[in-house]
Write a protein that binds this ligand. Structure first.
Ligand code: ATP
Ligand code: MG
Length: 460
């Protein structure tokens, strides 16, 4: 379909993306994107802005995804109107962002994000540097701390991240404006940065994560020049605010292509700045750690495909779990007994992780509960098993136990025991508990086995 859809488009071979000087306007007759495919609300925003005398286009991911026959996640609009002018055009509008000022136009639950055309940042050779400096600010490493210098459509195309994200669809004329050879890169399945890759990653290191995200999501290759500097520049991510990285990690790992994305993050050395402790665990215990994370992501991807709910709490619990034993051991070596050492290790690990990806409390609290329930799942005597079953976090904790086992942790058949306990009636449950206290099969044997053969993460 995509081939058929794009083959009519003239192919501007031989010209590097960022050097093009004349705009490529692809008329409606030469592409298959239809206005009816665009969200009704995005069309309204574009039309109203154009009626008010501004230029306005649907842009970015929605054009890219529709050309690839995929469902856009959201709709972005680019316009010549300033954020204040956008606000004056719509009643249901709010301005957000400091580093990058934007207008959000609300239609019930749908938000259309409207961005004013930007020029690239002003450098010192620029005549308007003084004017630019107020609106555009860079750190010593070249990172853009503020990016609010407005410009025209062509300048806006050049300051976008990837060629495939710099396609502008005019819902009124049906034309696609392609200033960066994005259509050709869509056709060739390439994620290509616009401009000089090193400079563009220095301006905003998150673009490295975005490259990986789009490569995984679209099943594209990162074009070699865009891929080459990533591993070396990966550590620039340590300077990015933790709240932004948390949002980015969710997009990376909870969008349905988590497993593939994880492999790419590892390949490009981008995983370490996001999860430094887990990265160490991968070095120390690669088989167990990688198996656990891959399995967790595979389960997550499957749930997303089946449209079942997924929670960042569970995924982060899995991503960080393999890093716990090392911290626990260090505390035990300082003379702290096992149980408090485990508690303190969990607390410290989460606090440290939040310096890199700021996990909000609504996720970190259930994450801790999932962890804290792991040793409790072993203690099933008396009424304990039934009480655990009633616990609101039981299901997640049980799933987590199965995940640990799938990764090769020896829990002495604990997962099987709990599976059976949930399946059988009251009499059988009583018998299972009695068997535990009479020191019979599963529990006791398993405890002995565990003593003889401790396994990687089974210390919690
Ligand atoms: P999706 O919404 O599917 O995640 P998207 O491409 O729409 O993908 P958004 O984060 O919604 O991504 O951003 C919208 C557009 O804004 C992008 O397509 C790109 O043109 C531009 N953009 C976003 N982030 C950056 C960035 N860090 N640097 C340069 N341009 C960016
Ligand atoms: Mg988008």
């Amino acid at each position: 379909m995509i081939r058929k859809l794009l083959k009519k488009i003239p192919s501007p071979f031989g010209r590097p993306a960022h050097r093009r000087t004349t705009p490529a306007i692809i008329p409606a007759s030469q592409h298959a994107l239809k206005r009816s495919q665009i969200s009704r609300n995005a069309v309204t925003v574009v039309e109203r802005l154009q009626q008010a005398g501004y230029q306005a286009f649907a842009v970015g991911g929605c054009v890219r995804d529709l050309l690839l026959d995929m469902d856009p996640k959201d709709y972005d609009v680019a316009t010549s109107a300033t954020p204040e002018q956008v606000r004056a055009t719509f009643r249901n509008c709010r301005l957000i962002g400091r580093r990058f000022k934007l207008a959000h136009v609300y239609f019930g639950r749908e938000i259309i994000e409207v961005a004013t055309f930007r020029a690239g940042h002003a450098d010192d050779s620029d005549n308007d540097a003084d004017l630019g400096r107020e609106q555009s600010l860079q750190s010593e490493s070249g990172r853009l701390l503020r990016d609010n210098v407005y410009g025209n459509l062509e300048q806006d195309a050049q300051r976008r991240d990837f060629t495939i994200n710099a396609l502008y669809y005019d819902v009124c004329t049906g034309n696609i404006h392609d200033y960066a050879n994005g259509v050709q890169d869509i056709r060739n399945a390439r994620v290509r940065l616009i401009g000089d890759p090193v400079q563009r990653y220095q301006e905003d290191p998150v673009r490295m994560l975005r490259a990986v995200r789009f490569a995984a999501k679209l099943d594209f290759e990162i074009e070699p020049h865009s891929a080459a500097p990533i591993a070396e520049l990966a550590e620039l991510l340590y300077d990015i605010p933790a709240a932004r990285l948390f949002d980015e990690v969710l997009k990376l790992l909870l969008s349905g292509q988590g497993e593939r994305t994880f492999e790419l993050l590892l390949h490009y050395d981008l995983f370490a700045p996001l999860f430094p402790d887990t990265d160490e665990a991968i070095d120390e215990q690669p088989d167990y750690t990688l198996k656990l994370i891959r399995q967790a992501l595979r389960n997550t991807d499957e749930r997303i495909r089946e449209e079942r709910p997924v929670t960042p709490a569970f995924l982060f619990a899995a991503l960080l779990w393999p890093a716990l034993p090392q911290r626990t051991r260090e505390l035990e070596e300082q003379g702290i007994p096992t149980i408090p050492a485990q508690q303190q290790a969990a607390h410290e690990l989460l606090a440290e992780q939040c310096r890199h990806t700021a996990i909000p409390k609504r996720f970190s609290l259930p994450l801790r509960e999932i962890w804290d329930m792991q040793p409790r799942l072993e203690r099933r005597n008396g009424r304990r098993a039934d009480q655990l079953l009633e616990h609101p976090r039981f299901r997640a904790a049980y799933d987590f136990l199965l995940l640990r086992e799938a990764a090769g942790e020896d829990t002495g058949g604990l997962g099987r025991w709990w599976t059976r306990y949930q399946e059988v009636g009251a009499d059988e449950r009583r018998r299972m508990i009695q068997q535990l206290s009479s020191g019979e099969p599963a529990a006791k044997r398993s405890r002995q086995r565990r003593k003889r053969k401790p396994s990687g993460g089974a210390e919690h």
